[in-house]
Design a protein around this ligand. Structure first.
Ligand code: FDA
Length: 497
């Protein structure tokens, strides 16, 4: 039978995919937006759409039978537990030397992330995307992304007295006493809503520990920004629980796209074919890389160039905790949304978010997620034996990140007379060096693609997500992913349609 035909098909509904779908539809082009995760629009048996971090259930993890929480231990005890296998929201995808956390569902990573919405310092941009015109980015596309995402800043006066940011004020005081600049970090959380949470006049979300498995109220994920606009165009067909398994040139022009429809246990319940004139890969750095590497190796897209799969980095992520003195409590009520960081990027190669430990009890712990200038880059390759895609990252490649993070925390510990916590990632383990939240690269701009994301070898195929960025953004990445997508889609709509 003749497969359906669409002018444009977008694979994945995170930042890149949402920008592409919205701008194409606004330009009058019909789009099919394919997302392998769920729509996340229906409450569970507890009346809430998303599960809390303190009580993970089947909604929490993508097709796992046991949770794999980023902080695996509490007071030295392992905290993971069995759960039913389900198309849940957070994927802890395990490669040989690293676990890559990613969001699954309509809205991609925006469903699970901390919402920290940081535009890199202009002086660092040349190292992030060397072939992109910085004037255009800082005059047009970063502002467009910030507006579209609803980025805002905590009110500094409220911050100074809010109980839920005691942990961040301790972080600020200690950073400043050691001579490091503390900077407020913008976020897409609704700050007015958070003030009402603190005042106990609305249901709590950030102040109830919601984050990794979704926020039920205050966070402006893509479900509250780009996705409603996408629906309002009337031109976008959204297909949740559909996974793209193949893309190959179609006989009559365009591309034949194979889709697998999943049930909530992850089983394939139907396979479908669509022919698309143009296909946008927005499955995230890992998802896009895995598809492209496999399609090249298996002969579906043999003319992709040899850069596909290369240039992958972890944004230098590394975590650690510090034990404070008894007179420096960090608070039993902690907002799950971080709002400040310690900037030692130029001197020490590290930008450390002062992160919460929303356990509900006083822990006297300060917790940090550092983004570092780690130079190591991995590569995805096809493995014929497993018919899967491997990543050659090694855990030891995090050592530069640890050294850079120590440029901040060794100094603070020495100034404060404090020590590292050793009970958060195992038994006597200081560094959370086993994971990243910020996968970047694998279809690098100007290498696997031209300077606007057009994939080499195949007119009408594009990468438009975190895979374009070569491994590091110096800050949290989603504003840069969004801004780059806004830049690229504008050019593509103007010249390719
Ligand atoms: P993204 O990963 O968002 O979307 C890809 C989508 O494609 C997913 O929904 C996926 O299910 C889908 N997909 C994959 N393969 C598919 C296939 N074959 N077929 C169909 N669909 C497919 N960043 C930041 O700037 N500030 C922050 O505070 C944080 N915090 C944070 C916390 C945690 C826990 C995580 C996991 C991540 C963050 N991040 C973050 C990172 C940020 O969320 C991430 O960089 C972006 O979501 C990446 O956007 P993309 O558009 O590249 O892909």
């Amino acid at each position: 039978a003749d497969a359906a035909r669409v002018p444009a098909l977008v694979i994945g509904s995170g930042y890149g995919g949402s920008v592409a779908a919205l701008r194409l539809a606004q330009a009058g082009i019909d789009v099919q937006l394919v997302e392998m995760g769920m729509a996340w629009d229906t409450p569970g048996s507890d009346g809430k759409i998303f599960a809390n971090t303190t009580s993970p259930d089947q909604r929490s993890f993508w097709l796992r039978t046991r949770t794999k929480q980023p902080l695996s231990n509490f007071l030295g005890f392992p905290i993971d537990k069995d759960i039913p296998k389900y198309t849940g929201i957070l994927d802890a995808e395990e490669f040989s030397g690293i676990t890559v956390y990613q969001g699954r569902g309509l809205g991609g990573g925006s469903l699970v992330n901390g919402g920290m919405a940081v535009t890199p310092k202009r002086e660092n941009f040349g190292a992030i995307l060397p072939t992109v015109n910085a004037d255009e980015m800082y005059n047009t596309y970063y502002p467009r992304a910030n507006a579209g995402l609803g980025v805002g800043l905590v009110d500094p006066t409220w911050f100074d007295s809010a109980e839920c940011y005691q942990y961040a004020r301790v972080g600020r005081k200690q950073a400043q006493r050691s001579g490091f600049p503390f900077v407020f970090v913008p976020d897409v959380y609704d700050w007015n809503y958070m003030q009402q949470e603190q005042a106990n006049t609305v249901p709590r979300s950030a102040l109830a520990g919601e984050i990794l498995y979704g926020n039920n109220y205050g966070k402006k994920s893509l479900q509250k920004t780009y996705l409603p606009q996408i629906k309002a165009t009337g031109r976008v067909t959204i297909s949740p629980l559909h996974r793209v398994s193949s893309v190959t040139p179609a006989a009559g022009g365009g591309y034949a796209v194979s889709l697998e429809q999943l049930n909530t246990s992850g089983a394939v319940i139907a396979t479908k074919g669509v022919t698309a004139d143009k296909v946008f890969f927005a499955a995230g750095s890992v998802g896009t890389s895995k598809l492209l590497v496999k399609l090249k190796a298996t002969g579906a897209l043999p003319n992709l160039n040899g850069e596909v799969g290369k240039g992958w980095g972890d944004n230098g992520n590394v975590m650690c905790g510090r034990a404070n003195h008894i007179w420096d409590p960090t608070g039993s009520l902690q907002s799950s949304i971080p709002c400040g960081g310690i900037d030692n990027w130029n001197a020490g190669g590290a930008f450390a978010e002062v992160a919460p430990l929303p356990t509900g009890i006083e822990t006297w712990a300060s917790f940090y997620l550092s983004i570092t200038k780690n130079p190591n880059r991995g590569q995805f390759t096809y493995n014929p034996a497993t018919q899967g895609v491997d990543l050659n990252w090694q855990t030891a490649w995090k050592q530069p990140s640890i050294d850079m993070a120590k440029s901040i925390f060794d100094k603070i510990n020495s100034k404060e007379g404090t020590i590292y916590r050793t009970d958060l990632f195992g038994v006597y383990k200081i560094w959370g060096d086993h994971l990243t939240y910020h996968p970047l690269g694998g279809a690098v701009l100007g290498k696997a693609t031209d300077n606007y994301g057009r994939l080499a070898g195949y007119p009408g195929l594009y990468a438009i997500d975190g895979s374009l960025i070569p491994g590091n953004t110096s800050v949290n990445p989603f504003v840069t992913i969004t801004a780059l997508a806004e830049r690229n889609i504008e050019k593509i709509i103007a010249t390719d349609f």
